[in-house]
Design a protein around this ligand. Structure first.
Ligand SMILES: [Zn+2]
Length: 423
């Protein structure tokens, strides 16, 4: 019999059509964060895990209990139902466990008219499967399932377990991975196949969602000089935040030096006033503060709070009516694989065998993800490696090259052979 590597690589090829069909089916489930379809997607994947003869743990998440936990990572959409899901390919011995962790939730499609094809059509054109969630990150989730099925089909007996964790609520905080860790699932190494264009991403910046309340004094617009516009009072605060962002990028970790902004500060939503002819007495601005790699959440928060406080001190009205800062929603710490982990080298080696192309680059990503929960809370050395370009995630015409999905499946299968060991 051929050696396990050759058998596994052949099995990946054999499963190509079935798994691309499976990816299209999953993309067609419009599992936008906080919708019923998010739970439907979990149930669907649970069925696929069972079909692949994995040991399936599919449990309802006790959301109130989870949300009351001091380490709860946050949630930005309403949910009264959520499900955890793990499929385990049991190893034959006591080898190390490899976890592959992917999320089924997707962000909303935005303006559907901006899409060349319907956002959930999941058609394949020019070698790319298109659709919301295709690259972020149903392709990575299916590549993980593909790898496990190939190991099975090849008749390889791993010594350790491969654990597929399918999670929801990643886009708005990470409740699914948090619930998976709370349930006790652990591993010796973990790959999150988020879209990295098959590069290796062992660190993430963090992102903290915040809300600012800026008070004014309402009056008739015809007598506006006697009122105070909350909109006018927003500008000095906005300027202070722009200065803060610049200051916070004075020096950045070399792992993220390739990005123009390694941990951006951005306002995403502003609401003010309730009448065109009234001076607005309240402006609410919501945004995200990037957290530098190696920086604590508390330090980042204090940085923003003191920048806002200084801006208030320089303005007589704001001195008496200071801007209120609230931290709510997703609170993504930054995260980084432990320096003594050899997982980066193992993934690069597996990729080189699987792709026979250029070795993957290694760099940190400017966004927050479940990586920080797995490395931090879970104590599991974790990195991201997956198909697709994150630039296409969250925008119109999201798509993933199908050849890269297959390459990811080959790499993950070979990684499992390496990490878990084969008899
Ligand atoms: Zn993602």
């Amino acid at each position: 019999m051929a050696d396990p590597v050759a058998r596994v690589l052949d099995a990946v090829v054999e499963l190509t059509d079935a798994l691309l069909d499976e990816l299209a089916t999953l993309v067609r489930i419009p599992s936008v964060s906080g919708t019923d379809a998010e739970n439907d997607a979990q149930a669907h994947v649970a069925g696929r895990f069972a079909e692949a003869a994995l040991d399936v743990d599919h449990w309802p998440i006790d959301l109130p209990a989870l949300a009351g936990h001091p380490d709860f990572p946050g949630m930005e959409v309403d949910r009264n139902e959520a499900w955890g899901l793990v499929g385990r390919l049991p190893g034959a011995g006591d080898g190390p466990t490899l976890m592959l962790n992917g999320h089924v939730d997707v962000v909303p499609v935005g303006d559907p008219d901006m899409w060349a094809a319907p956002p959930f059509a999941a058609d394949i054109r020019d070698g790319r499967l298109r659709g919301r969630g295709s690259c972020d990150m149903k392709a990575g989730l299916i590549a993980s399932l593909w790898a496990v099925r190939a190991l099975r089909l090849a008749g390889v007996r791993l010594r350790g377990d491969v654990v597929l964790a399918s999670v929801q609520g990643e886009e708005d905080g990470g409740l699914g991975t948090f619930a998976t860790l709370q349930r006790g699932w652990r591993a010796d190494a973990c790959v999150i196949p988020e879209p990295t264009e098959l590069d290796v991403v062992p660190a993430n910046s963090g992102a903290l969602t915040f809300r600012l309340r800026i008070r004014g004094r309402a009056t008739h617009a015809a007598r506006r000089a006697e009122g105070v516009s909350a909109i006018d009072k927003f500008w000095p605060v906005s300027q202070a935040l722009a200065d803060l962002e610049r200051r916070r990028h004075a020096s950045v970790d070399p792992l993220v030096a390739r990005w123009p902004l390694a941990h951006p500060l951005s306002i995403g939503r502003v609401r003010a006033g309730d009448w065109a002819s009234s001076v607005p007495d309240l402006l609410v601005a919501e945004g995200r503060l990037g957290v530098a790699i190696g920086e604590s959440i508390d330090h980042a928060r204090a940085d923003l709070e003191s920048a806002v406080a200084h801006a208030c001190e320089r303005d007589p009205w704001l001195r008496d009516h200071p801007v209120e800062v609230e931290w709510w929603g997703g609170q993504f710490a930054s995260g980084r694989i432990p320096p003594d982990s050899d997982l980066v080298d193992r993934v690069r080696a597996a990729h080189r065998r699987a792709a026979r192309g250029r070795p993957p680059d290694v760099y940190g990503a400017p966004y927050g993800s479940d990586l920080r929960l797995l490395t931090g809370l879970g104590g599991i050395p974790t990195l991201q490696y997956g198909p697709g370009d994150a630039r296409l995630a969250h925008g119109p015409d999201e798509a993933v090259p199908v050849a890269d999905v297959a390459t990811a499946a080959r790499t993950l299968a070979l990684l499992a052979l390496d990490v878990c060991g084969a008899d």
